[in-house]
Ligand binder design. Structure first.
Ligand SMILES: [Zn+2]
Length: 130
């Protein structure tokens, strides 16, 4: 693969992976903690791999539920430092571009539809929720 993670945090079975993430990953640093927008650094308890996690929720009036998007991108130590230094206004373009050379996990839950979970590669299009 591309040298990131272990079977607990970067394995092939995305449904199991996603279901266990809150147990497997510790929150190391929280950069943004809003009700519709959450950016944090997380670390695998098993292999110490670190990730940047971005949660975005969009307020849609009159719709059947609010769309939610979660993105989890593995990062190395230098990237952790760069992101932490961004503080409460993380550069989402920079973070999203990390996906260009590694795979990342997403959960997309559009309004009124069922959620989809999977691996993706390429730029992650991250946005601040509202
Ligand atoms: Zn791991």
């Amino acid at each position: 693969m591309d040298g990131f993670g272990c079977h607990c945090c970067y394995g092939e079975d995305v449904a199991t992976l996603w279901a266990n993430l809150s147990v497997v990953l510790d929150v190391v640093t929280t950069l943004v903690d809003k009700s519709h927008f959450d950016v944090s650094i997380r670390r695998c308890q098993a292999c110490q791999q670190q990730f940047v996690f971005v949660f975005t929720e969009i307020t849609v009036w009159g719709e059947d539920g609010e769309p939610q998007y979660s993105t989890l991108i593995p990062i190395d130590g230098a990237e952790v430092e760069t992101i932490v230094a961004m503080g409460q206004r993380p550069d989402l373009k920079w973070i999203g571009a990390l996906g260009q050379d590694r795979r990342w996990l997403y959960k997309n839950w559009p309004s009124g539809a069922s959620a989809s979970i999977g691996w993706s590669t390429g730029t992650a299009h991250l946005m601040e929720g509202y």
